[in-house]
Design a protein around this ligand. Structure first.
Ligand SMILES: Cc1cc2nc3c(=O)[nH]c(=O)nc-3n(C[C@H](O)[C@H](O)[C@H](O)COP(=O)(O)OP(=O)(O)OC[C@H]3O[C@@H](n4cnc5c(N)ncnc54)[C@H](O)[C@@H]3O)c2cc1C
Length: 445
């Protein structure tokens, strides 16, 4: 599998991975094919995931700028077509209490509002006619140990007080009787407004909206060279050259090795793995009382997440391999299946039908960054830390505003550059160390 820390291109026109979403979503929408020959554009966007597509749509529909999107493979070939489809009002990994301690209450509230606006932006885009199989609203955060429930209750209280956020506290019995009989659940908190959807159909919906608004989307067009040219930039692809006044990098966890100095050594791509089981029979559903189709995540340092899909399969996810070379080793999918069966022991005979993984994008400071370097007309948004389905739509909208010259609120997600990883060549060693620490923490503390 392509490994962004080792390879300098994600490939050319690679097919979608063999995922449940790619099998169940029908035919991809029409695109503009590989870019051929020389072209001059005002704005080029590299990467056709949610970030790039939302930026292209908002540039065209709100600022009258028809961008040229260059995608190495297929539209939403990266994370945007492979994720679990959890729409949450959050992004990054930094807690709101950490933000408050570091930057004060006003900044923390500003970031919260921006993340909440992300979920609204997704809903607004869906309302334009995207059919993406949204499920019943509800996001359940499960305590994987009794003492974690106390922490969740404190979090719920804080969010109710600070943001007037509607958070329900559920005892162990309430979770097991009213939602799902998860043997690893020791209580939970439940937000009313998260939900699950088909992530690939969502991306294809953005794709259609962007093209209808006037953007061009060129698939099979990896940018293999990114250099300055006169007052702008030259982007070289296998069959074409694009001269652009402004460039948006929307490559997130798939950013190739050494792609551009502005982002090199400033992200850590980490594999997240998903399995989708065969459909559960009515009997199996009853045996584990799997009533809910809310999205579920636990409190582990190395988190697991799951949801029941509309056709009664279970989508179950967690960490994957460390390197691209090991990504397809069935060990990682089997490991997820084993954990699933500790949650639902009555499903001992269940097997999985789909398994795949994708590169999420960690930032050193655990927040996403939507950045413009004032000395260069280059923009980027990345570093969602595995929580970018809703926020990337907002980031794309904000990128479009930045490209159009609008000012942003004074928040670190807009004003700060992605920080560099110290000892960047050793990022994988650090990740391995964190996985070891996480395993011990989750088991014993
Ligand atoms: C298994 C998994 C589960 C996840 N589940 C959730 C979830 O439930 N909820 C949530 O909020 N987040 C989730 N995420 C994270 C979420 O999917 C991402 O944050 C989001 O999709 C990022 O979108 P993006 O457009 O920024 O990047 P991507 O969708 O990754 O798009 C980047 C694109 O850039 C292209 N590219 C790279 N280099 C070049 C180049 N040189 N030239 C041209 N094109 C290039 C790639 O081909 C790729 O298509 C999950 C991620 C994974 C992997």
């Amino acid at each position: 599998m392509y490994d962004p820390l080792h390879d300098n291109s994600p490939g050319t026109n690679e097919p979608y991975p063999d995922s449940y979403w790619a099998s169940m979503s029908g035919i991809a929408p029409k695109d503009d094919g590989p870019i051929i020959g020389e072209h001059q554009v005002d704005v080029a966007i590299i990467g056709a995931g949610y970030t790039g597509l939302s930026c292209a749509y908002h540039l065209a529909s709100e600022h009258g700028i028809n961008a040229c999107v260059l995608e190495a493979n297929q539209s939403a070939w990266g994370c945007s077509g492979r994720n679990a489809g959890f729409i949450l009002k959050s992004s990054g990994r930094k807690s709101f209490t950490q933000m408050q301690a570091q930057w004060g209450e006003e900044v923390m509230r500003g970031i919260y509002n921006e993340m909440a606006a992300g979920a609204e932006t997704v809903n607004e885009l869906i309302d334009k006619g995207i059919d993406c199989e949204q499920q019943t609203p509800g996001y359940i955060k499960v305590a994987h140990k009794p003492k974690k429930l106390k922490e969740l209750i404190a979090l719920a209280k804080l969010q109710q007080e600070m943001f007037n956020y509607d958070v329900e506290v559920l005892s162990k019995n309430e979770v097991r009787e009213q939602f799902m009989d998860d043997q690893n659940a020791h209580g939970a908190i439940r937000y009313q407004d998260g939900f699950g959807l088909n992530p690939l159909k969502l991306a294809w919906g953005y794709h259609k909206l962007a093209r209808e608004a006037g953007a061009k989307i060129h698939t099979g067009s990896p940018v293999t060279k990114f250099s300055t040219y006169r007052n702008g930039y030259q982007l070289t692809t296998p069959q074409g050259i694009v001269y652009a006044k402004k460039v948006v990098m929307a490559t997130n966890g798939y950013t190739p090795k050494g792609f551009h100095p502005l982002v090199s050594n400033r992200t850590l791509p980490v594999l997240s793995q998903i399995i989708v089981t065969e459909p559960l029979s009515e009997q199996q559903i009853q045996a584990c009382n799997f009533l809910t189709s809310n999205v579920v995540m636990d409190t582990r340092a190395l988190k697991y997440y799951y949801r029941k899909l509309p056709d009664n399969r279970i989508l179950f996810g967690g960490r994957g391999a460390i390197t691209g070379k090991a990504a397809e080793d069935p060990f990682y999918a089997q490991r997820l299946l084993k954990v699933l069966k500790t949650s639902f022991p009555s499903l001992q005979n269940l097997s999985y039908q789909y398994a795949w993984s994708g590169w999420i994008c960690m930032s050193l400071d655990d927040i996403p960054h939507i950045h413009h370097n004032p000395e260069q007309d280059i923009f980027y948004a990345m570093g969602y830390c595995g929580a970018g389905v809703s926020f990337s739509a907002q980031a794309g909208k904000r990128l479009a505003q930045k490209v159009a010259g609008q000012k942003m609120a004074d928040l670190p997600i807009f004003s700060r550059h992605l920080p560099k990883f110290p000892f960047a060549p050793l990022r994988r060693v650090g990740q391995w160390g964190y996985f070891q620490y996480g395993q011990v923490k989750d088991k014993y503390f």
